[in-house]
Design a protein around this ligand. Structure first.
Ligand code: S3P
Length: 168
């Protein structure tokens, strides 16, 4: 099968949904942030701190090209920042946007310390990042799933229906 790429803002649930989706339908799964941390033996926060966002984006682009053999890929929220990432995903599979509202994201990330782009931004910067990314996700996605007030199980079932997947 072609790869299912889960995209969406930080905190939208891509990693959790990807994991449960893969377990429910017996699919191979990788989370790009975990893949990068293992490959470079460094935490994402440390990569940002030591080398900056640009270097992280280079790592992310390389990683994306290396994971297209998996059935399900949970991407990082900034994967849409580079157009060539969108091309990689379009060529290798189908893009599913997990859309959570700004309010939901803001609530979920309130106490989070592992997202440098979120924790180092003021409210207005967060709002404009959310709005800009929301446009980018919507433009490139083949499918969009609203996740507010839905259970993980519901979201996983929605994705299973889209791809006519069979439960194990
Ligand atoms: C980022 C999102 C993070 C991680 C990095 C940058 C972003 O992944 O890749 O901190 O630019 O939105 P999650 O979406 O899994 O939080």
């Amino acid at each position: 099968m072609k790869t299912i790429f889960l995209i969406g803002f930080m905190g939208s649930g891509k990693s959790t949904i990807g994991k449960v989706l893969s377990e429910t339908y017996d699919l191979s799964f990788v989370d790009i942030d975990d893949f990068i941390e293992q490959k470079y033996e460094q935490k994402i926060t440390d990569i940002f701190k030591m080398y900056g966002e640009e270097v992280f984006r280079n790592y992310e682009h390389e990683a994306l090209q290396e994971v297209t053999t998996y059935n399900v890929v949970a991407t990082g929220g900034g994967v849409v920042e580079r157009e060539n990432n969108i091309n990689v995903m379009k060529n290798a599979g189908t893009i599913v946007y997990l859309q959570a509202s700004f309010a939901e994201i803001d609530e979920r990330l309130k106490h989070n310390t592992t997202r440098p782009l979120w924790q180092n931004s003021d409210f207005d910067t967060k709002v404009s990042l959310y709005k800009r990314r929301n446009r980018l996700y919507t433009q490139c996605a083949d499918y969009k799933i609203q996740t507010d007030h839905k259970t993980i199980e519901n979201i996983v079932s929605d994705i299973g229906d889209i791809f006519s997947l069979t439960r194990t």
